[in-house]
Design a protein around this ligand. Sequence first.
Ligand code: DC
Length: 226
Amino acid sequence: MSRSPVVPVLAIDGPSGSGKGTVSRLVADHLGWRLLDSGALYRAVGYAAGMAGLDLSDAEAVTRCAETTKIQFRAAADGGDTRVIVNGHDATDELRTETAGAAASAIASVPSVRQALVALQLGFRKAPGLVADGRDMGTVIFPDAPFKVFLTASAAERAKRRYKQLKEKGLSVTLAGLQREIEARDSRDASRAVAPLKPAVDAVLVDSTGMGIGDVVAKVLAVVKL
Ligand code: DC
């Protein structure tokens, strides 16, 4: 009996600032696989909820918002970053802000919001393969993924990276403030009841503290054995 071939998934989970976003994009480009930036989905729902003036602690309202928000990913015309379109509006830049990150973290702790985003995420699994970037890719969404990485870096290093990015954008932030925010978000993401941030038992741990991006990409690619 012939079975349809299973599309391989490389799950890359870990906290914000671990370099997951950049590493996932480079690894997906290298393999010629699709990319799922699941954090962008939570950011998009948080953003849409904010635009609608919803109380982020109103679980019913934010769940309805997660069920009805239209999220599209569109390749940028100039070959730059993929654009994220939320309810018809290009919200790519707004989604990268600390405010959007905090809103995403808040709504991501609501089980029915997470449930509303499952089918959308599963739909990204298409041939020849998928790199799935998030917090629960290897544990909840794609538990059968043949390749799993948990990418970390120290909170101090992640704060330094974020500080550099935000300064380059001309934003006024302090390193100590960012490190505090990162630690608070980590502990919220790790301690929530549903899909807490934790490595899958079969994930390969990669600590990128002090490593260059090229070395991290090479380490992650070494996990993929086709
Ligand atoms: O990876 P990111 O910083 O864009 O994620 C934004 C928030 O969304 C983060 O605080 C945790 C949440 N998130 C999640 O709960 N599950 C995912 N798979 C991805 C992100």
